[in-house]
Ligand binder design. Structure first.
Ligand SMILES: C[S@@+](CC[C@H](N)C(=O)[O-])C[C@H]1O[C@@H](n2cnc3c(N)ncnc32)[C@H](O)[C@@H]1O
Length: 362
């Protein structure tokens, strides 16, 4: 067991002694015998340990009777993705400092320390307002779905792009960089995360979450929180579960297949809808979409060659610089050779495209 799990026999004995992983049987010669359930528990313990949790915290997590194996896997996955994003953000911050040093600019102590605490939006958030803004046709759908709600909670609010002006809005946003970029006069903003909303049950008429669920370490827990604090829930998100999603969009199909890696283990649309007890409606993306999210420029391919467009979309940082450069170089070549136009000639006639974006309404 020690060999399979990549830990020492001493570690297993210690886990047994402190009651963390207690093998259910002993062989006739006195060896510890691990049942499939023991192995599952050991796997969870080791995964949480590698994420940096202390032994006591791990014991609390694995002993929680309300958390089954699948929920543990979802949680572990979310935490690992967060860790990976944080590493990507740290690389971005280090690159920025190297660039500054190469130009003879000394970074401040605050900037130097930021490298180690970098979370994705702390590193990429300052590039956001360049191309990210309210798309009025999508906003109209969201506001209609809010119905007659007077008080609205906007979770993962960012710079406040889709906040309705005619209601009493409270925003929730964990990134200080994003909070700092909210325009003067924007709704009050609380520093918190979706998975743990600091509000009592049913304290808002409605809760909304726009282009943010894919950043939450535990999307299902966050969606349940939205449902807990509000009577109505409206979520603008992406359907990663439809068969052939990769083929829907030429950018991921022909240039950036690495996008698939970002979706592994992502909850299905059905699971997300279920978490809020709601239904899903397709949202077509207009050809001239004003909000520069990943799919927005589906009929304006040259836009993806623009560094500003890419830096305002987390996908490009998350796939890493190698995949990004390869995709951009290939697209540039295909645009100049006419190959892109040839392969995508049907798009010219479309005013709006179905690229998997969905509104969940409960
Ligand atoms: C793509 S931006 C969307 C911002 C805004 N809703 C919009 O539509 O412009 C994603 C936002 O989700 C936030 N976020 C990341 N993790 C979060 C979490 N666990 N809970 C709430 N928001 C989170 C990020 O900091 C970022 O501001």
């Amino acid at each position: 067991m020690a060999e399979l799990a990549g830990v020492s026999v001493r570690t297993l004995h210690h886990y047994d002694e402190i009651g963390l992983v207690h093998p259910s049987a002993r062989t006739a010669s006195g060896y510890r015998a691990y049942s499939p359930d023991d192995v599952e528990r050991l796997r969870e313990v080791l995964a949480y340990r590698r994420l940096g949790f202390g032994l006591r915290e791990v014991a609390d997590l694995v002993d929680d009777p309300n958390t089954d194996a699948v929920t543990h896997l979802h949680r572990l996955r979310g935490l690992l993705v967060e860790q990976r994003d944080r590493a990507a953000a740290t690389v971005t911050a280090i690159d920025r400092e190297l660039e500054a040093r190469a130009m003879g600019i000394r970074t401040t102590p605050e900037e130097q320390l930021k490298v180690f605490g970098a979370r994705l939006y702390e590193a990429i958030g300052s590039a956001y307002p360049a191309t990210r803004r309210t798309e009025p046709r999508i906003a109209a759908r969201i506001w209609e779905a809010l119905g007659d709600a007077r008080t609205v909670l906007n979770v993962g609010a960012g710079t406040g792009s889709y906040e309705p002006q005619d209601r009493e809005v409270t925003a929730v946003e964990p990134s200080a960089v994003m909070r700092a970029q909210r325009p003067a006069g924007a709704a009050p903003c609380v520093a918190a995360s979706a998975e743990r909303l600091p509000f009592a049950d049913q304290s808002f008429d409605a809760a909304m979450a726009v282009s943010t669920v894919h950043h939450w370490p535990d999307p299902i827990a966050g969606l349940r929180e939205l449902k807990r604090v509000a009577r109505r829930v409206v979520v603008f998100t992406y359907d990663a579960s439809t068969t052939g999603w990769l083929q829907r969009f030429w950018l991921t199909r022909d240039y950036l297949p690495e996008f698939a890696d970002l979706l592994v283990g992502w909850p299905s649309l059905a699971d997300m809808a279920h978490a809020i007890g709601g239904r899903a409606e397709p949202v077509l993306i207009p050809w001239d979409c004003a909000d520069g999210f990943f799919e927005a420029h589906w009929r304006r391919p040259e836009a993806y060659l623009d560094e500003h467009v890419r830096r305002a979309v987390s996908v490009w940082t998350r796939v890493g610089p190698q995949a990004e450069q390869r995709a951009v170089n290939m697209l540039r070549d295909d645009l100049s050779s006419g190959r892109w136009a040839e392969c995508n000639r049907d798009l010219v006639a479309l005013d709006a495209a179905e690229l998997g974006l969905r509104l969940l309404v409960a």
